[in-house]
Design a protein around this ligand. Structure first.
Ligand SMILES: C[S@@+](CC[C@H](N)C(=O)[O-])C[C@H]1O[C@@H](n2cnc3c(N)ncnc32)[C@H](O)[C@@H]1O
Length: 485
């Protein structure tokens, strides 16, 4: 219960030493007015007398008033507040709510996106709440003002971080992102970094990126960041994360991209998601169950149901035979809409399991409910949530796949063995780290769009021993940042 509420409100309170540090960075003089736009229990407000907080949760707002009696606390949706207030602040600090787009909705979201659009930052509906929070907060600063916030590490790679950072570099003289490897919030899987922006009303041509292995309390923001120019940021698809790598490794990667024989996976194959049944247990039969029900073989197609069932290189007929011998539920019931169905299948569809399956969301929304769409036999499979590294596995066993792995269909004339040989290149592995994104819990996720961008250097693109070592170190660095050691 508490967890659901927390997910809806993004309420994960900030550790004391982080609170103290951020307020110190933001406030220069006692007389300055500080804003915390999502003040929770008032822990930021409590350490600076001249402060104002906004909080939409009445219980939290009451705790804030108690904890910070000198502060003014406004119980309201922050976006409604920001759109109407004429108050302006010298500085702001806090930890904005991290509410993912699925839960960040309704009038709060439309107010947030409208306000940001008026301020010149256009967010899509796939935006988490914290990014519009920061734009709206910045707009309430006086000229020369500054802000210091805890931000999700997604600022380093999420598409919705692009309008935020683009706005910040146009609105502040200095924009600094402090990447912190150790978790600030051990209880949640997302990593948190820090954003510091100073000199509201001016602009800058770069973001300064500082890397720390763990959070260190300090009296002022670090000065020694790597300068990421806006042009470089754009070249790296508006991601800061690649700049966690040493420049030499980025240069090697850039050289590989420019090499005439290097391809992107998307130039050789289509990467897409597998099918969704809506009722996996019903649609995937064990051979013993299919036999007892008398379902003819032509209606059953072996399926890769998850990445754990994949061998490292290729799914063969033997692999499938082994699944069947172990009586695994891997036979997809594949029915066509206009097909005459035998009595055995009609009986199975009308069984108790069938009557339950057809009530699922997906089944209710398709006609007829038992025809699973997008069932294809691809040339290969790509794992898209991976620990060490994603695998590209051939499909000689003529299987289909669920959406637990990606389906890879080769363009005409392309051989999978060739693509796999390129896939083994260390720069292709590094590319998976750079094009994919961390998912928490040490996992790397590759969306189809990201997978299509993976570079596949030709096997003849050789690296010196020293370069190989650099690339391996680069992969290890990216693994460490996503907590896969
Ligand atoms: C991550 S907590 C941060 C609280 C506190 N600043 C801290 O760091 O400990 C985010 C807070 O934002 C509040 N919140 C969520 N949506 C809000 C909104 N639209 N307007 C104002 N507050 C909101 C939540 O109730 C929650 O208390």
């Amino acid at each position: 219960m508490i967890d659901v509420r927390r997910k809806d409100s993004g309420a994960f309170y900030t550790p004391d030493e982080v609170v103290r540090t951020l307020v110190r960075w933001a406030v220069r003089r006692d007389s300055e007015r500080l804003l915390d736009p999502a003040c929770g229990d008032g822990r930021f407000l409590a350490i600076h007398r001249n402060s104002s907080g906004v909080e939409r949760d009445p219980e939290a707002a009451a705790s804030a008033r108690k904890r910070a009696p000198a502060a003014s606390v406004c119980e309201q949706d922050f976006f409604a507040y920001a759109a109407t207030t004429d108050q302006r602040f010298d500085c702001a600090a806090g930890n904005p709510p991290f509410i993912r787009y699925q839960r960040f909705r309704g009038s709060v979201r439309s107010r947030a996106l409208d306000l940001c659009a008026r301020l010149g930052a256009t967010f899509s509906g796939l935006t988490s709440s914290w990014a519009p929070f920061l734009v709206a907060t910045a707009s309430l600063l006086k000229p020369g003002g500054r802000m210091a916030f805890v931000v999700p590490a997604e600022i380093g790679h999420a598409p919705y971080a692009v309008p935020l950072l683009s706005y910040l570099v146009r609105a502040f003289r200095r924009v600094q992102v402090i990447a912190i490897r150790e978790k600030l919030f051990p209880q949640i899987s997302e990593d948190a970094w820090i954003l510091y922006a100073d000199g509201f009303g001016k602009r800058t041509n770069h973001v300064s990126l500082v890397q720390c292995s763990e959070f260190e309390p300090r009296s002022s923001p670090p000065r020694d960041g790597d300068r990421v120019s806006l042009a470089d940021w754009e070249d790296w698809r508006h991601r800061l994360r690649p700049f966690l790598l040493p420049q030499e490794v980025r240069e090697l990667y850039g050289r590989a991209i420019r090499h005439p024989q290097t391809k992107r996976l998307g130039e050789l194959a289509r990467v897409g998601i597998g099918y969704v049944t809506g009722a996996n247990d019903f649609f995937h039969l064990r051979p013993s169950v299919a036999g007892l029900a008398g379902i003819p073989k032509r209606f059953l197609l072996p399926a890769v149901r998850n990445s754990r069932s994949l061998p490292p290189e290729i799914v063969t007929r033997r692999t499938v035979d082994a699944w069947l011998r172990r009586d695994e539920p891997v036979l997809l019931l594949r029915l066509g809409a206009r097909e005459r169905l035998p009595a055995s299948i009609l009986k199975y569809l009308d069984s108790a399991a069938g009557r339950l399956a057809r009530t699922s969301y997906k089944c209710r929304h398709r006609n007829p409910w038992y025809v699973v769409p997008d069932v294809r036999v691809p040339d290969g499979f790509l794992t898209y949530m991976s620990g060490k590294t994603p695998s590209l596995v051939g499909n000689a066993g003529r299987c289909t796949c669920t959406n637990s792995v990606h389906a890879v269909r080769l363009d005409e004339g392309v051989r999978l063995a060739e693509v796999q040989a390129m896939w083994r290149h260390p720069l292709a592995r590094l590319s998976c780290e750079l094009e994919g994104h961390p998912l928490g819990g040490g996992m790397l996720k590759l969306e189809p769009r990201e997978a299509a961008r993976i570079i596949l250097p030709h096997p003849t693109l050789s690296l010196s021993r020293r370069e190989q070592q650099r690339v391996q170190d680069g992969i290890a660095t990216m693994n460490r940042w996503r907590h896969y050691e």
